[in-house]
Design a protein around this ligand. Sequence first.
Ligand code: ADP
Ligand code: MG
Length: 702
Amino acid sequence: MNSQAFQTPIEYLKGVGLSRAEVLKKELQIVNFEDLLRHFPYKHIDRTRFYKIKDIHPDWPYVQVIARLTHKEIIGEKHTRRLVVQAKDNTGVIELVWFQGIRWVEKTLVVGKAYILFGKPGFFNGKAQMAHPEIEPYSAGALQQKGNLTLQPAYNSTEKLKQFSLDSKGLQKLIAVLLEQHLKDIHENLPLYIINRFKLIARADAYRHIHFPEDTARLNEALHRLKFEELFFLQLKLLKNKLNHDQKFKGNIFGKVGEFFNEFYEYKLPFALTNSQKRVLKEIRQDTQRGVQMNRLLQGDVGSGKTVVALMSMLIAIDNGFQTCIMAPTEILANQHYQTIKELVGDDFIEVALLTGSTSQKARRVLHERLESGQLKILIGTHALIEDKVQYQNLGFVVIDEQHRFGVEQRSKLWRKNAIPPHILVMTATPIPRTLAMTLYGDLDISVIDELPAGRKPIQTVHFYENQRLRMFGFMKQEIAKGRQIYVVYPLIQESEKLDLKNLTDGIDVMAHEFPLPDYRISIVHGKLKPAEKQFEMNRFIKGETQIMVATTVIEVGVNIPNASVMIIENAERFGLSQLHQLRGRVGRGAEQSFCILMSHHKLSHDGKTRLDTMVKTNNGFEIAEIDLQLRGPGNIEGTQQSGVLDLKVANLVTDQELLIQARKCVEDIFEKDPQLALPENQILHHSFQTKGHGLSWNKIS
Ligand code: ADP
Ligand code: MG
């Protein structure tokens, strides 16, 4: 496309002018020709069909009928004054009503003549009715000429714009003018071989038909072309960034597998790795021998064994003379990683230390020294790890747990600690669907652990309604009698802390009554507690001094208490799917059969019911993420909110997954063959990186 023409300020379009330009800018952010061209219709109204009056259904948004006028009359006084017109076809009668422009309409309508009527149908006194229909004289020729047999675009507009005669119809006129004058300036931006391979229509045609299609087939072709283009250039950009990154950031080469890894593998690893774990280790192994900095995202459900994979990768780094660290989002989690790793590596094997906000000054001093001298090989901690005073001798491998809480900024702070940046492995237990990952983290490499270690008993999940509460209490007592511990979680209602707390305290009252001392002890954790109090209550539960922990969702992600084998979620319908899955993941850590009970009210929304049914049906985080994506759309999935890459205009990450995968694959093939985009057939793509306007959508994506 000749981007120059489309950068022209909108006021220069025929029929716009300064004042309309002003409102277009303010109301719809339409500043130039391109913006207007890309103000796509949100739907098309089907004017290809005519209906018989007797078939009209009041639920339909629009109908089009051909009818002959039989009577017209202005009736009523003042406010109720209106024009009422009767019309009929050979199946029935319809009444047309106007409240405005009465005189003028009355004059133009001729009783006895046939008209094409178009509008929203209604029913009044058992009679079909239409208020303010679009109306025009019927003749066989008029049908063709006026383009009535087409799909009519409907555009978003606003009250303000309507004051400037820029309702849907008004916008349609402007776009028609724009297309008429500048269709020739919409140039192709994809290579011919791609157009052929994916059977795409020409770009200019796509823009014309997305606004003014002759039929649904044309509209679909246009959508297909524009969606593909949008996804293609998004992936082109992401993968180009990745290539640039690979060229820019050298990485340490872990040339060998040595003593630490081998000894751990032979003598310390207490189980056989799952195939997924082996595959991911291999992927990391390959990454760390290329001489390019690794940026890998490791996704896997809670309990799928990410930590072991991380540890074993770290051991290889250490074998090659480097130091490593694990950064966790909270102190409790850092602590737990520390315990886990200490336990796995045993004593006298490798130096491991913990650094958090509560590490004493004295301990810190020792730790800094050992870090700088290179003796300390594994440092585990919170944000404290990236403070400036923490200096490594030779940091080579960084593990970041629960990525979405660490910004890019914080990550790069770690990089700056070395001349050659360390390899980075980001671990997350919040699986996101593959297509979303491709877009959100399109410039990272992604590894997936999609199986649980063998022998793990799947958590059994049931959904109880309020009238089954007694059964739930009975079940709790039975499990406590077996020596198990139980979580009871209440939703955190952000809008109303008061209500939230009331909900929780009511729950605690009932619970305390049902489970009295001295046989039962309850820990209570909620957002109003001071950190020390929270820690105290948590610890009582961890040590097994209490059997029940009643909490709001503030209990930490990833906390590992193997003896806690029952998760009860109150008002489960109020939680999102991924949150429910996360909560459930806190049980099922030990050898015992674990359970999750979802308590809900009788009244459930459709989506609420779907969420609970999904939880009962599957334990697989990826499946759950897929359904979450369907229910909520890509913009609401955890971790996506700030991401501009989801500002897709035509394509939809839920419904166009297949196309996204194709576009991604297509771009991968191109870069594989021609990383510099130097081949003649790829000139057009190379060019897209040099011109600002590039495709139409370029600046919108970045
Ligand atoms: P994640 O970090 O993915 O939640 P962890 O690495 O903490 O999972 O592993 C969860 C539990 O499973 C730990 O107790 C760990 O020792 C154990 N585990 C990990 N991998 C295996 C395996 N291949 N076979 C048996 N148990 C495993
Ligand atoms: Mg873990």
